[in-house]
Design a binder for this molecule. Structure first.
Ligand code: NAD
Length: 265
């Protein structure tokens, strides 16, 4: 048994779109640790990635905007795979088609849709999966490193992630009534994925974030995946209801000398 003790554990992974996806990296790390993976993907295009890199895994199509689709997916997974150990939720959606607006001009539909797909879906999946999970299972979501830094370039997603972080606590509590299923999140800072590339004006904040880390090197998606695998593993049995920040120290580095000198001199 390896340190993470994940050998043979059945874990369902939501959110692989391509090889850059955070979910892809989490899955690769879990597979290396010996976990048995089951995938749920939104679009058929992602099937080729799963088939190529995880040939022994099954995948199921699921659209979080459709409750019937979520119910059917969980039912199909439970019928085929039996009791599961874990769940990875690495899904978010925000409609930025009109570009980033001033926050006070956020459209009701865009905000509610982002909340539905990126936050409520985790609550719903937790409820649907619970009867099919081991008593000592684990669930994780992928959140962001801070929801109190009002980055204009992120639009209304930070308040949605704040709701996700809070939901982690409420789920950990409610599941604890009759199970020991742990619920945590990885709070990742800026990464290079296709979702982030879709955020208007993302590249400059991304490059700035690299300079703002303590080590002056960008956060790697693999580093987020390592923490996700740890949080899922029995080795993290003492961690529950947490959002663990993975940002290479960026949040402590507001007064970085190099950056201050560049702005002030
Ligand atoms: P990604 O585009 O690779 O993954 C997002 C996934 O969400 C895709 O697989 C997509 O199919 C899925 N999805 C969107 N709408 C859906 C729907 N209606 N039903 C089912 N699935 C749907 O991008 P990513 O960067 O890997 O994002 C994964 C998670 O990581 C998200 O929660 C995101 O907020 C979080 N995150 C990303 C960054 C970053 O910088 N990229 C930083 C912190 C957190």
């Amino acid at each position: 048994m390896s340190f993470l003790q994940l050998e043979g554990k059945k874990i369902v992974v939501f959110g692989v779109a391509n090889r850059k996806s955070v979910a892809f990296h989490i899955a690769a790390t879990l597979a290396e640790a010996g976990a048995e993976l089951i995938f749920s993907i939104q679009k058929q295009e992602a099937a080729a990635v799963v088939e190529k890199f995880f040939p022994s895994s099954k995948f199921y199509l699921c659209d979080f905007s459709d409750d019937a689709s979520m119910r059917q997916t969980v039912e199909d997974i439970a019928a085929k795979h039996g009791t599961l150990y874990g769940m990875v939720h690495s899904v978010a959606f925000a409609n930025y088609s009109e570009g980033i607006k001033a926050f006070h001009d956020t459209l009701r539909h865009d905000f509610l849709e982002a909340m539905d797909i990126s936050c409520y879906s985790f609550i719903r999946l937790a409820g649907l999966l619970k009867p099919h999970m081991e008593q000592d299972g684990a669930m994780i979501a992928v959140s962001i490193s801070t929801t109190r830094m009002a980055a204009e370039s992120y639009g209304f997603m930070a308040p949605v992630k704040a709701a996700l972080d809070s939901s982690i606590c409420f789920l950990a509590k409610s599941l604890s009534a009759d199970s020991r299923i742990r619920v945590n999140a990885v709070g990742a800072s800026l990464l290079k994925t296709s979702a982030s590339a879709g955020i208007p004006g993302y590249i400059k904040p991304y490059l700035f974030a690299e300079k703002a880390t303590l080590r002056k090197a960008a956060l790697k998606t693999e580093e987020v995946a390592n923490v996700a695998a740890f949080l899922l593993s029995p080795r993290a049995s003492g961690i529950n209801a947490q959002t663990l920040v993975v940002d290479a120290g960026m949040s402590t580095n507001f007064f970085d000398r190099e950056l201050v000198d560049k702005v002030i001199d």
